[in-house]
Design a protein around this ligand. Structure first.
Ligand code: SME
Length: 150
């Protein structure tokens, strides 16, 4: 599944006439539609010089959490840790921001440009404990590939 998606992601990123936001949106839609355990797929980016994340392109239900302060929730923690965060069970997390009662698990992978953590990809899943190392590797491929067009 992941290996067949990689060339499709590369193809989307080569569409130089499209804005980066349009290409990231297309990637969100592709991932959400192709991977059964991906129910919400979105990018967050640092909001200018502020210590907060701003929601970028996403696919899935609209969320109230368009701004997330650094340190808050899974996303805000990744903004500070610079590390992948895999959450098999969101109920077991104290520092978690719920977007929908259906979400059971979450994975967030940071996105680096020039070595700086400037944002992240965030996946919510309605399936309990669905993420493996294969998800982490695939999402690291996505963040590296997207960093090339930013
Ligand atoms: N659950 C995230 C908030 C973002 S939503 O999942 C879209 C968090 O705890 O940071």
């Amino acid at each position: 599944m992941f290996s067949s998606l990689r060339p499709k992601v590369e193809e989307i990123l080569l569409k130089n006439k499209e804005t980066p936001d349009a290409r990231m949106l297309e990637i969100c839609q592709l991932l959400k539609d192709s991977i059964p355990h991906y129910d919400w797929v979105g990018f967050y980016f640092r909001n200018g010089e502020k210590e907060e994340l701003l929601l970028g392109p996403y696919a899935g239900a609209p969320t109230d959490h368009t701004i997330i302060p650094f340190g808050k929730g899974i996303c805000g923690q990744v903004a500070l840790s610079n590390k992948n965060f895999v959450v098999p069970d969101v109920k077991a997390q104290d520092n978690y921001i719920a977007c929908s009662i259906n979400v059971k698990a979450e994975i967030v992978v940071p996105l680096f440009v020039g070595g700086e953590n400037i944002g992240q990809i965030d996946i919510d899943s309605n399936t309990p404990d669905p993420f493996t190392e294969a998800d982490e590797e695939f999402l690291e491929f996505i963040t590296k590939a997207v960093s090339q067009i930013l």
